[in-house]
Write a protein that binds this ligand. Sequence first.
Ligand SMILES: Cc1ncc(C[n+]2csc(CCOP(=O)(O)OP(=O)(O)O)c2C)c(N)n1
Ligand SMILES: [Mg+2]
Length: 335
Amino acid sequence: MKSTRPIVFDTRIDDIPVRVLSELYLAMLRIQKVELKIDDLYHEDEMKTPVHLCLGEEAIAAGVCLNLGIEDYVFTNHRGHGHYIAKGGDVKAMVAELYNRETGCSRGRGGSMHLVDTSVGLLGSSSIVGGGVPIATGAALASSLKKDRRVSVSFFGDAAVEEGVIYESINFALLKKLPIIYVCENNLYSVYSPLSKRQPHNEIYRRFTGIGIPSYHADGNNVIEVYRTAKEAITRARAGGGPSFIECRTYRLKDHHGTGTGVEVGYRTQQEVAEWAERCPVKNYESFLLERKLLTSGEVERLNTYVNLEVEEAFQFARTSPFPKEDNVTDYLFQ
Ligand SMILES: Cc1ncc(C[n+]2csc(CCOP(=O)(O)OP(=O)(O)O)c2C)c(N)n1
Ligand SMILES: [Mg+2]
């Protein structure tokens, strides 16, 4: 699973407003710094939730979600921190959720894999592989019937395309021309199993081209490529042109869950992780913005200071927030 290929940013970016170019950076920075802080504090065992960090995958969440409005819908999976943050979610509420507090976005009852925040259109997270896909398709059907011009995005991993429900959902979305984008974050692994041992072809999007859905692939570590690809698909969906499938190839720099790298478990090598760390979407994009003089080093420093503060505040808020009370702990749960 080598990829020494450098990230190639398109130099013709005049069509993207400078404001958007820096917002993409800010969104990725925010995701990265929150994840790094979780990584740092997880050993304290105060976050009573499994965590699946998305370090290395920041560009997909940012590149897709910055094409969406707050009224649009996002559905995510077990690796959903980045999607929640990029959709405009409240970092304080997300971190409080990991600390199981009443102030969490799911009132502390859900944890990392069950983030929900209807105020920003994050309608749900499912830890069942592929589980969010039919639900997102249903939301797109509702939008289509109501003609509310909302677009739904369903994020899932490369393992989700091994579930039958995705083919049923896409068939239905095509039939009804639903306003939905299926975004496959192909990070080359399902837990400890590499893609090459699970699927006959490593270009997932080609399979979907075969079933008739417009299918794209983008370098998932190149935020401009993801942003442009998602823009085309989302614009078409909003205009009534139906669904699209986007495969974004990427790599998670951390283990499947928790804070290791996976090297200690033995299913991948230090060299592979190091090669992909070179392709860090945030650092590479930052260098691009500096080289192109789209941001100055002073602005980069200010943004970093700003986000560091935001993250500190979020963790402070979470750790000082109350837990659900014993007599209402089962509120909001199906019983
Ligand atoms: C239906 C189902 N089968 C198996 C699992 C166990 N499981 C949890 S995450 C995961 C792998 C997910 O891989 P992928 O979809 O590629 O997402 P990634 O973790 O790589 O982001 C598996 C098999 C599950 N949660 N649900
Ligand atoms: Mg995967």
